[in-house]
Design a protein around this ligand. Sequence first.
Ligand code: TXE
Length: 487
Amino acid sequence: MFHLKNLIGGELLDPKDGGWIENIEPATGDVLGQIPRSQAADVELAVQAASRAFPSWSQTSFEERSACLRRWGALIANHAEALIAAESQDNGKPVSLARSVDIPRAQKNLEFFAGAIEHFASEAHIPADASHIHYTHRKPVGIVGCISPWNLPLYLFTWKIAPALAAGNCVIAKPSEITPVTAWMLSQWATEAGFPEGVFNVLHGYGHEVGQAIVDHPQIKAISFTGGTQTGAHIARTTAGQFKKLSLELGGKNPALVFADCNFDSALRTTLRSSFANQGQICLCSSRILIEESIYPAFRDALVEKASRIIPGDPTDETTKMGAVVSAAHRDKVLGYIQTAKELGATVLCGGETSPAPNERCANGFFIQPTILEGLDAQCSINQEEIFGPVITLQPFRSETEAVQLANNSSYGLAATIWTENLEQAHRVASRVETGIAWINCWLVRDLRTPFGGVKASGVGREGGFEALRFFTEPQNVCVSTGNGAH
Ligand code: TXE
């Protein structure tokens, strides 16, 4: 049983009022430990610590900030096995996934922004007559809040804090209360990495309590948030009067468009992964599979055959491909959607139920079978709302126009995956889908320099590369007369 602590002003502290939350292991339903149920008073302490740290931290050289991030990345590498085990246990994801994706990517996030800040130069503009020089002074915003979700815990946590710290801000970060362990481990190594006390603070607790207190605090000047669309809308509403900078990465209902001329095997293999990776709990997962009519039966049958062979297993088993969903509440939410789909007359092609426990240890775990549904109206809640679990729907289309219409028939606009061997069609469809990301004949291929984010209800703003460094800085235009002309 662990007992997590907040990191405030370089010290690991209990919450001021002593409240605690139980942390549950998804694969077993057992209590793993206690996490601080922090409140506004803890936020106040963290803001005071960050305010003391900001004047000198904001003046450090980019080399110094970069070096701290690199040392922190090396500490992740040194502790990789412990982090992999903790991430899998806390989230329910297969240990192989934490090893191949989550933990290496967390390390890469720190190293990437250590490098990115070295190349992030100011722009200058000089008119033809050289009468003036304009330059852009990019200053750190100040104290910023970074709020992250449970599906890719350390991966998304580091994706936010790395650019914030690289740009010279002081950070108050809040990981999800459902998966707090790896952020806590990282917080224990912040001092060893070289961050002065108060530069990086971590508060644990509920979103509506400590999360809201971070969002509301007038000295916290920017909020970078990844999570549900409703929470994002709530944060946007409650911060509107304070004119905070906001970056909101929200949900998705991502289409995969499978054209008849696609490379069938490649489309099949990757669609299986894009549908069910991390138990379908990635905002980029495909959840609406749109298939051209002429190959619909063949593609459907092959997908169902492959999905039926995925048996959720104990996440600690190295051979497990699908683990547990993150919580009992989330399991019930996903099962509720499957029940609604049945009531709406869907055909359940595979899955549709909880999955039997893979072993005695996991007897009370939260396992759901990979589920494929067909025969649902494009407008129904199952095709419109984010389920965020191992559940996909299949819909046939007859033409490219219809495929694009179906793809865009969503309030969300995060990512689309397009499967075709026709080059012109691929680019044409990519330009017509209303999403922040379009993958052609691939999925989840990421280059950290590229803009990342969604349109419509999938969010506001972009993360990644210089986009993130721009978000975490305030540009000031400075104009200098050269004395060579008008003033
Ligand atoms: O997310 P929340 P939840 C979707 C997915 C899921 C649903 C709800 O559909 O079923 O959202 O998941 C903090 N002020 N995604 O409930 O509540 C919270 O503590 C400040 C998609 O876990 O949005 C956590 O740290 N912070 C998504 C973070 O926000 C608040 C990933 C996200 O929690 C807050 C996760 C408040 N008022 C869920 N309320 C994706 N797009 O990747 C909550 N939080």
